[in-house]
Write a protein that binds this ligand. Structure first.
Ligand SMILES: [Zn+2]
Length: 204
């Protein structure tokens, strides 16, 4: 994991530079993504039961598995209800994004939608793998959004169920003018074997 830290950071910088030029497209602000995902919770936490709606669209970094990703220049839209529950904060709502990948057979680009419901707890002292950390003033949604997206990303996707693979021609073994059988019912021989017949005759 530590080995990936360097290159991943470099990729972040590249993505930030790229998205900076696209800023304003579609009305979302990728360069501010890191801050966009931070929710002010100081007031909310003063009274249990206080809630607010948080609807945001921004890029999420690192939502990548080996087979697929939500690219860092693509928006992720969330609509959450954030609610103080005792010392903790619950976040429930929806996450929508578009994943990108390659077909495992033909390597053509493939994309698809991610639409999911989340229900997560943020706690001052989180339990690893179960709840997320809660600061005193802010709550960072991005790690949670990244996690739930990564669980939804497809493993070994196909462009379509019947995708024949990289070289469709290679599978067209039956010419249109032959059904694989000769007039006499004997299997028709591939003409390419004729050369081999010649060799065998020479042997005999
Ligand atoms: Zn394919």
């Amino acid at each position: 994991m530590t080995e990936a830290a360097g290159p991943a950071d470099a990729a972040d910088d590249t993505a930030a530079a790229t998205t900076a030029r696209q800023q304003g497209e579609d009305g979302w602000q990728p360069t501010e993504a890191k801050e966009v995902w931070k929710v002010e919770i100081a007031k909310l936490r003063q009274r249990s039961g206080t809630r607010k709606q948080v609807a945001r669209t921004a890029a999420v970094s690192g939502a990548t598995i080996s087979d697929a990703q939500v690219p860092e220049d693509q928006p992720v839209a969330v609509d959450f209800l954030v609610e103080a529950v005792g010392d903790s904060v619950s976040v429930t709502g929806s996450v929508a994004a578009q994943w990108s990948s390659e077909c495992r057979r033909c390597l053509d680009p493939v994309t698809g939608p991610i639409e999911l419901r989340v229900q997560e707890m943020f706690e001052p002292e989180p339990t690893e793998g179960e709840t997320y950390p809660l600061g005193s003033e802010t709550l960072d949604l991005e790690p949670m959004i990244r996690d739930v997206i990564m669980l939804e990303l497809p493993v070994a996707p196909l462009c379509r169920e019947e995708c024949p693979g990289p070289v469709p021609e290679a599978f067209e073994v039956v010419p249109s003018d032959a059904d694989g059988e000769g007039e006499d019912g004997e299997p028709e021989r591939d003409p390419r074997w004729a050369a081999l017949d010649g060799l065998q005759l020479d042997d005999g």
